[in-house]
Each structure stands twice: as structure tokens, then as C-alpha cells.
Design a protein around this ligand. Structure first.
Ligand SMILES: Cc1cc2nc3c(=O)[nH]c(=O)nc-3n(C[C@H](O)[C@H](O)[C@H](O)COP(=O)(O)OP(=O)(O)OC[C@H]3O[C@@H](n4cnc5c(N)ncnc54)[C@H](O)[C@@H]3O)c2cc1C
Length: 704
């Protein structure tokens, strides 16, 4: 239980410390942290100044002295007001403990030589409510939790203000923690997962803040372009780019993999499903370094593997398509043949100069363009499109493409020559002492064998095979990739993908020889997550209000102390029984259940909508006031899986065996209405069973 100073006691499974930079929760579980000394202070105020608020509307403006650490920034927050800050080197002057009048004089003095808008803002500022911020940070903690207490936001970590990322990081923490709790078996595992996912980025922000502070305090070495500006990052110099090595240095992974490839290499394309699986299962041991091998300098002297000209390439691709079931369309070699693979290879090197991860995404995207969409990826327009799709700065890409990327590409060719690489893909796996070379198309087991040779204790990560998770890892997948990663037979993979497409959670691109499926889950799940966020907020903010939560349930006789009223589905549901009866292995059973779930959710959704409508009419008649519109959602698939794994579904027969397939949430304005709603439901619906629990006091939520 958490006991508060005002005498309130709250009960829960976990305690989340989100109490900001001076966190008492942190102090209680970890003691005092080592704050870095305050080198920069910030005066922050709100100035009522309609003229400048309108003149500078929608702009963030910052002025910085180039001789010492002093800056002034402001941003209009309405038509009448601006928020402003003055950052200054605390070693030069310090206004600690001064009165509002003295603080005004201090600011005016420091900002005397700044542009006139600055003094205008200072003039109209209310110094009674102006705040002095002692900026400081501390090294990333070795953990964010102890027992069942976990920290998020500024309570967990602090970076210096130059990164302007405190709010985003707090939000990301909350989301990551929620996701980790949802996908883990216990809170310990969830907390560890949350830390693993967040700590690296947090450390890079702490380091970035320190580097930017250094620049701020020693501005003489800078030219105008280098001045750190919070909130705004120029594309060519992303502000969140880590300036020091992140904690988990990928080069410290036990196995280094040199991967020689080429954007137009068909074998490199068909091996993608295997590489993707390898990265999911063993990625924690492997650090891939991509090298370009220069497969096709030009067609003049090209003679490799029976291919002498574009027409040969076309035939070869069609054959590869049939034998490996990865879509490739050879027609491009007839319609718009590429004259060389060097330009897209150099573009990849240019992409690497910006961001290694984005470069991999870029390579994947140009492969899809080439193999499925028949796009000649020598052309800048396509390169540019692919680059901007994966978030690369296209202007910088072009500049690098024309300069240093060519040198980097030449370096790759030299290394490839030195290592005797003459076909693609070629991999060199190395643990520092032993090196194993493997080339051409290879089965998954071959790669596993190499990993175990180099690292006998290696253990594979279990892949979360839910389509949503897989499409989060890999934004687009072919059927073969999805089937392999989700461990399904191809036919079943096609069925699931089609059904997800019908639901709108996937998009697809159909080529002559196959389809590529693309993630559209984010749009779909936005609805669900906003639902969750809303209800969570309600749960914590409704002291004084009463609410009831009513689950729409399938018939059941199981008595569960906190189960809701059970309303029978009035519409018969067609469940494909035969498929379920055929199932034997748990995996297959889950697949069948998932198909059943997908079939059922649309019906469930319309049932929920109809029920919500009918209830709204009843409430209106009774003058019952709701705090929020009625909310409805089917239980997410991952929660169902969890229930199944906990034995809630006997014999894996049908998800209709679950009694809380969908939920309906009604938040009423006045507590008295909760009981009336329960009566209304009983009077107007066919209730199979009823069971009510109430919270310990009247302000708490109960289930009806
Ligand atoms: C002047 C200033 C300017 C900033 N500018 C930016 C910016 O431009 N961009 C940006 O991204 N970030 C900025 N930040 C940082 C940003 O505000 C924080 O990183 C962010 O608010 C952290 O969110 P949080 O929820 O972790 O903590 P907070 O927002 O600090 O919330 C903690 C909450 O816990 C409450 N609390 C504390 N102790 C207790 C207790 N014992 N019991 C009950 N409640 C308690 C507090 O009252 C507070 O409401 C700025 C910070 C400051 C101070």
C-alpha cells in the first residue's frame, strides 16, 4: 500500500514514481543521486505582450551571444502571451535569492545589448511569477526500479535543458512501461524490459545535453550555424544524434558480421526472410556491418553466373522467383534496365553517413522498389523517395552522394577485394579470433550453426509472433517472410494477412509475382490506445465521481468474484469448428483461435456499437448524465493469448469459451446513476448471470 501524508492510502500491484526531477520516490528507493554541478541557470517567465506574440506567432526565436554563455529565447503561447527564457553561465553571475525587482534589473543588465524585442518582452514580464531554474542532470541509473516500485520521466532520469527532450522522454517512458507491462508475464520482467528499451536513448540524451552545454559555455569556438538551438533541429544535424558512444555499443556484441551485398543482387533479396529471422532471434549477439560489393559496374564486360546482359537477368529473376517464393519481377530488365548497380550502392553509403539504421531501411526500400515495383533505382527521383520515406535528409544524401559516399564505396570495394568476395551475399562472422565465411543462399540452420560455433552458449530470443509485433519490427513483409517469422504454413499466412488487410490494419502492394504487405496497424491501434489512455485517465482522476464498468460477456457459469454482468449475444456466431477440431499443436491451435478472433471482431464491434446506441437512448430517456460517451472495445488479441496461457480456455476449443471477449465502459457523472444503470440493463437485456462488486468506498470504481 502507498500511504500519503494527507492520510490517504492507495492499494495496487505496482507503484509508479512519476514525481519529477526532485523525486521523493527515487530518493526513497535509491538514496540521493549524484547531481552534476549547476553550470547553467535559466530564468523562465511569461510575458503579456500581444504585439510581439502576434508578430512572432508560430515561431521559436533564440538569440545567443557568441562571446560567452548567454542566450535568450521565446515562443508565443497565445495571441497575447509569450514564454521566454534566459540561459546564462552561472559562473559569471548568479541572481540567487534576489527579489523580483532585483531579478528584473539583473535580466535587463545581461540582455542590454540584445535586439529590441528582447527588452520589450522583459519590460512587460511579471517578475513576481518568474522562476529561476538550476539546470542539472545525473548519470543514467543502473536500473529504474526496485521491487514493485518503478520510476518514469524526470524521476527516473534528468538531462540538461539543451536537448528539449524531457517531456518527450517522459511520454515515451509511460508508453514503453505500459507496453512492457502488457507484454510481460510479471512486473519484474516488465520493468527490466522497460529499462532495456529506454536506458540507451536516455543516456544518449544525457550525453547530448552535456555536449550542448559545453558548446553553450564556450561559444567562441563556434560559428553561427553551430549554436545549439533547443526545439529546432536542422535536418542535416539531427539534434538527437548521440554525440558520445551509447551505453550498449553494438561493436561490443560478441559476434561481428560483415555483410557484403548489393542493392540489385537477387540472392540478397531472397535471403531476406532468413536474415530477418536471424536478427530477431540472435540479433542481441550480432552486429551487422553492411558493405557494398559492386555487383554490376556496367554491362560491357559483365559475365557472371550465366548472365551476360539485361535479358539474361530478366530470365534469372523469374526463375529465382519460382524457386524461392520471394516476389521478383524480371520485366524491369526488358522495360527499363539498370545500367549499373553503383549509383544505388553509393546512395546506400551516403545513407550510412547519416544513420546506419535508416540506411538499412533505405536499402530494404530500394530493394522493394526494384524487385516488386519495377523502379529503376539508378534514378535520383526513386532514391530520393526511398530516402525521405525512411526519414533521411535528402539534401544531405545528395551532397554526400556526390562526395564522400563515393570514397566510402571505394573503400568497401577495396575491402571486398582484399577478402576475396566474388559473389553475393557473402558474410564473415567473427568473434574477434575466429572468422567464418559463408556465401550465397543458405538455410537458416547454417547460420545458427555458425553462431553456436562462435558462441556455444548462445540462446535465441523467442519471437513474439503476433502480426502487430512483427509488423512493428518490419514495416513491410512478403508472405514468405511473414510465414517464416510467425511460424505458420504459407496458406495460413496468406489467410491471416488477407484478413488483416480486410480489417484495414495492413496495406498491400501487388506485383506481378507476389504481394508485399505493409504495416497500417498504427492507424488502427491509435483508436485503441486513445481509448486506453482516456479510460486510464478517468480511473485516476474521478475522485468524487462514480463509474461502472460493464463487460459484454458470452454465457458462462463460472463465478468470478469481480466479473461483470453477463449479457448473452443475441446474434448467433458462425465459428469454423472444423478447423479448430483439426488443431493439435498449441501453436496451430492459437493460429486457429486467432483466425476465429479476427473473424469475430468485426461482428463484435458492430454488436458493441449497436448496444452502445441502445444504452444511450435508454440513458437519455432517464436523464442519466455521462462523463464521457460510452466506450466499447473487443479484448485485444495479446490479452486473449495471455488468458489462454493462464488456462482460461479449456482445450483451446474456441474463443467463445472466454467470458470477457469485449468490454463496454460507462462513466457516469453521478454515483446514484450507477445503480440505476444496473437496473436498466437488467430490465432491458437478457442477462445470463449477475455479479456485482463495489469498491471499498463509494468513490471507487465497482463492477456492475
Ligand atoms: C523551466 C523548465 C523548462 C522546460 N522546458 C522544456 C522544454 O522546452 N521541452 C521539454 O521537453 N522539456 C522541458 N522541460 C522539462 C520537462 O518539463 C520535464 O522533463 C517533464 O515535465 C517531465 O515530466 P514528468 O511527468 O516526469 O515530471 P513533472 O512534469 O515534473 O511532473 C511531476 C509531478 O509530480 C508532482 N509531485 C512531485 N512530488 C510529489 C509528491 N511528493 N506527491 C505528489 N505529487 C508530487 C509534481 O507536482 C508534478 O506535478 C522544462 C523544465 C523546466 C523546469
Amino acid at each position: 500500500a502507498a500511504a500519503f501524508k494527507n492520510g490517504e492510502v492507495e492499494y495496487g500491484d505496482i507503484f509508479i514514481g512519476a514525481d519529477g526531477g526532485n523525486s521523493k520516490v527515487r530518493e526513497n528507493i535509491f538514496g540521493l543521486v549524484n547531481y552534476t554541478p549547476v553550470k547553467v541557470k535559466e530564468v523562465v517567465g511569461i510575458s503579456r505582450n500581444p504585439q510581439n506574440a502576434q508578430l512572432y506567432a508560430h515561431k521559436f526565436s533564440k538569440f545567443q551571444k557568441t562571446t560567452n554563455g548567454l542566450a535568450f529565447g521565446f515562443i508565443p503561447t497565445s495571441e497575447n502571451e509569450l514564454v521566454w527564457f534566459m540561459q546564462f553561465d552561472a559562473s559569471i553571475s548568479d541572481p540567487a535569492n534576489c527579489t523580483p525587482k532585483e531579478l528584473r534589473a539583473f535580466c535587463k543588465k545581461l540582455l542590454k545589448k540584445f535586439p529590441s524585442v528582447v527588452s520589450e518582452i522583459i519590460e512587460t514580464n511579471d517578475f513576481e511569477s518568474t522562476y529561476i531554474w538550476n539546470t542539472r542532470d545525473f548519470d543514467t541509473l543502473p536500473t529504474f526500479h526496485k521491487d514493485n516500485i518503478v520510476l518514469i520521466g524526470d524521476a527516473a532520469h534528468l538531462a540538461l535543458p539543451f536537448t528539449s527532450a524531457g517531456t518527450s522522454n517522459a511520454i515515451l517512458d509511460a508508453k514503453t512501461l505500459a507496453d512492457s507491462l502488457e507484454s510481460s508475464n510479471n512486473y519484474n520482467q516488465a520493468f527490466q524490459k522497460y529499462y532495456n528499451l529506454r536506458s540507451e536513448e536516455i543516456t544518449s540524451h544525457v550525453n547530448l545535453g552535456r555536449a550542448l552545454q559545453k558548446k553553450f559555455l564556450e561559444p567562441k569556438a563556434l560559428n553561427g550555424m553551430d549554436i545549439p538551438i533547443p526545439l529546432i533541429s536542422t535536418k542535416s544535424q539531427p539534434i538527437l544524434e548521440p554525440v558520445e558512444a551509447p551505453v550498449a555499443d553494438p561493436s561490443k556484441k560478441p559476434i561481428q558480421v560483415l555483410y557484403f551485398t548489393d542493392p540489385i543482387c537477387s540472392t540478397c533479396w531472397i535471403i531476406q526472410p532468413i536474415l530477418r529471422k536471424l536478427k530477431l532471434e540472435y540479433g542481441h549477439y550480432l552486429n551487422f556491418e553492411y558493405k557494398m560489393g559492386g555487383l554490376l559496374p556496367n554491362w560491357e564486360d559483365y559475365k557472371k553466373g550465366g548472365i551476360n546482359n539485361p535479358a539474361d537477368a530478366a530470365d534469372h529473376w523469374e526463375k529465382v522467383n519460382i524457386s524461392h517464393e520471394m516476389p521478383l519481377d524480371g520485366d524491369i530488365w526488358h522495360e527499363d534496365p539498370l545500367s549499373s548497380s553503383y549509383p544505388p550502392s553509393i546512395a546506400f553509403k551516403a545513407a550510412q553517413m547519416q544513420d546506419a539504421t535508416k540506411a538499412m531501411l533505405f536499402l530494404r526500400r530500394i530493394q522493394e522498389m526494384l524487385f516488386l515495383e519495377k523502379k529503376n533505382i539508378i534514378k535520383w527521383d526513386f532514391i530520393k523517395d526511398a530516402a525521405s520515406e525512411v526519414g533521411l535528409d535528402t539534401e544531405k544524401l545528395l551532397a554526400d552522394f556526390q562526395s564522400n559516399a563515393q570514397n566510402n564505396f571505394t573503400d568497401d570495394l577495396i575491402i571486398s577485394g582484399q577478402l576475396g568476395v566474388n559473389s553475393f551475399p557473402t558474410f564473415f562472422f567473427s568473434d574477434g579470433e575466429n572468422h567464418i565465411k559463408i556465401k550465397g543462399y543458405q538455410e537458416y540452420e547454417q547460420f545458427e550453426e555458425i553462431i553456436f560455433k562462435l558462441l556455444p552458449e548462445a540462446k535465441k530470443e523467442k519471437i513474439n509472433t503476433s502480426p502487430k509485433k512483427l509488423f512493428t519490427h518490419y514495416n513491410s513483409m512478403t508472405v514468405k517472410e511473414f510465414a517464416l517469422l510467425s511460424n505458420r504454413p504459407k496458406e495460413n499466412a496468406v489467410q491471416v494477412l488477407n484478413s488483416l488487410f480486410d480489417k484495414g490494419v495492413l496495406k498491400k502492394y501487388e506485383s506481378k509475382n507476389g504481394v508485399i504487405w505493409k504495416n497500417n496497424f498504427s492507424n488502427y491501434f491509435d483508436m485503441q490506445s486513445s481509448f486506453n489512455k482516456q479510460t486510464n485517465t478517468i480511473a485516476t482522476d474521478t475522485a468524487g465521481f462514480a463509474g461502472i464498468e460493464c463487460n459484454i460477456l458470452k454465457t458462462t457459469n463460472r463465478n468470478e468474484s469481480n466479473c461483470a454482468e453477463e449479457v448473452e449475444f443475441k446474434q448467433p456466431l458462425n465459428i469454423p469448428k472444423t478447423e479448430i477440431q483439426e488443431a493439435h499443436s498449441p501453436n496451430k491451435e492459437n493460429q486457429n483461435l486467432e483466425n476465429e478472433y479476427l473473424n469475430l471482431t468485426a461482428l463484435c464491434q458492430s454488436y458493441g456499437e449497436e448496444l452502445s446506441k441502445q444504452l444511450s437512448v435508454l440513458f437519455e430517456k432517464e436523464h442519466i448524465k455521462l462523463l464521457f460517451p460510452i466506450q466499447f472495445r473487443p479484448k485485444p488479441w495479446n490479452s486473449i493469448i495471455e488468458k489462454i496461457s493462464q488456462g482460461w480456455l479449456a482445450n483451446h476449443s474456441s474463443i467463445m469459451g472466454l467470458d470477457d471477449l469485449a468490454g463496454l465502459r460507462i462513466i457516469v457523472m453521478f454515483e446514484k446513476d450507477a445503480e440505476r444503470i444496473a437496473e436498466l440493463i437488467k430490465e432491458n437485456f437478457n442477462i445470463k448471470d449477475s455479479n456485482t462488486t463495489k469498491g471499498e468506498d463509494n468513490n471507487m470504481f465497482g463492477y456492475t
